[in-house]
Design a protein around this ligand. Structure first.
Ligand code: APR
Ligand code: ZN
Ligand code: ZN
Length: 395
């Protein structure tokens, strides 16, 4: 992968065209209904309003959350036509009034979990949530005026997704949802920081605070679960158990520090019993990265009584409640949810990007496929079939 080439070749052609203040017509992959193949078509992208930025997306990939939204797993999320996608990297094309921390040509990562910097959550060190630009799967328009910036050729609205909508050559983001990163950083790999890698590594570092010599169990070995493993490996965990029903994930897991594997289908006892036997009563930390309630219960029971901590990362689309009896919490096991790995995106991601550039984390392992943008439906299929971690789409 020639990481420097794309950045430079794009920048030279980008400098000469001035599109600021104009509507841009470009290609986007539009979702017209649940489970229907995305349609690559011309869309119109309006200029950014106050405190918004318009970004030329260079690379994007597909996360399981896009897959769930594409399938329409949660009926309440269905707003069509819609531009999905939330894991990407790109270059600022123009900025709206009042944006001072970014300018044309800056390299940026979109973040679905924004950081306005002013709300009561943004001002509290204990959380990375933001009251204005948090994750809201129902939100499909911009905050400024309640309208989308995308439209069809005929001027009909096309809706946004997760504050980002990256399956488009150009997108408009609230400036709270775009992070400026070092212009030397390879944008291909930086796109991983937009969701999967930050979500997983951050859960291990910021949320669980995995300690050297500790034991970890990870349920679901997609990009998110493997990023947890990578984060735990860097923190010096001595036992990292990977659990997945797809054994093809195991070879990749070895590269990011997983020390033992369990395929629940091969067991005659519940997974938590096996893990308890392997760890003298249970792991210190478990992570649910599959988006399955039964798996969440197994993850909870796999930790050690007294101090075990379960971190929930998977998205559970159906309106179900936690599969726990309240009395079970008297056994001293804790459970906590983690959004975007606990990172405050605008203030903490630039430093995390630098750590990644220094080679602290093995990002190469996560990009298993690369395709041109117009092959996006093939990329969806790779994830559906469990064949890819991340398929990087080149726009
Ligand atoms: N037990 C163990 N593993 C399972 C199970 C199960 N019952 N069901 C699914 N898995 C595994 C899949 O085989 C797959 O390897 O979980 C993994 C999920 O990986 P991906 O589909 O690649 O998803 P990813 O993008 O990593 O996201 C994982 O985090 O952000 C959320 O919405 C996202 O819920 C999803 C989760
Ligand atoms: Zn994601
Ligand atoms: Zn805020």
């Amino acid at each position: 992968m020639d990481v420097g080439y794309h950045n430079k070749s794009f920048e030279s052609s980008f400098e000469s065209v001035d599109t600021a203040g104009k509507v841009i017509t470009c290609k986007a992959a539009v979702a017209w209904g649940p489970g229907q193949p995305l349609v690559i078509e011309d869309v119109q992208v309006a200029p950014p309003h106050k405190m918004e930025v318009r970004v030329k997306i260079l690379f994007t990939s597909i996360c399981h959350t896009d897959l769930s939204a594409w399938k329409g797993e949660n009926e309440a999320q269905r707003a069509y036509p819609r531009i999905l996608g939330h894991e990407a990297a790109g270059i600022v094309e123009s900025v709206g009034e009042g944006v001072e921390d970014m300018k044309k040509g800056d390299h940026v990562i979109p973040i679905f979990q924004g950081q306005c910097g002013n709300c009561i959550c943004c001002r509290n060190e204990k959380t990375n949530l933001c009251q204005r630009f948090g994750v809201n799967p129902l939100k499909s328009v911009m905050v400024n005026d309640g309208k989308p910036r995308f439209s069809t050729k005929d001027g009909n609205p096309i809706f946004h997704f997760l504050n980002t909508s990256t399956f488009s050559e150009y997108t408009v983001l609230d400036s709270a949802c775009a992070v400026k990163i070092d212009s030397e950083a390879p944008l291909e790999k930086m796109s991983l920081l937009s969701c999967g890698v930050s979500t997983g590594v951050g859960a291990a570092w910021n949320v669980a605070n995995v300690q050297p010599g500790s034991s970890v169990a990870i349920f679901g070995l997609g990009a998110v679960g493997l990023a947890v493993a990578e984060g735990a490996r860097v923190r010096g965990a001595s036992k990292i158990i990977g659990v997945d029903i797809n054994p093809s994930k195991f070879s990749k897991g070895k590269a990011v520090g997983i020390t033992e594997f369990i395929n629940p289908k091969d067991l005659e006892v519940p997974v938590n019993e096996r893990i308890g036997a392997m760890t003298d009563g249970g792991v210190d930390y478990s992570f649910e990265c599959a988006g399955n309630l039964e798996v969440l219960r197994q993850a909870f029971l796999s930790t050690h009584m007294g101090w075990g901590l379960t971190v929930l990362l998977g998205i559970h689309p159906s309106p179900m409640l936690l599969p726990l009896h309240p009395m079970e919490l008297f056994n001293g096991r804790q459970i906590v949810g983690s959004v975007f790995g606990g990172f405050k995106g605008k203030t903490q991601l630039p430093e995390f990007a630098k750590q990644c550039m220094c080679g602290t984390l093995k990002l190469d392992e996560f990009i298993t496929h690369e395709l041109p943008f117009d092959k996006i439906n093939e990329a969806f299929q790779l994830l559906v079939d469990g064949k890819s971690l991340r398929c990087l789409l080149h726009l």
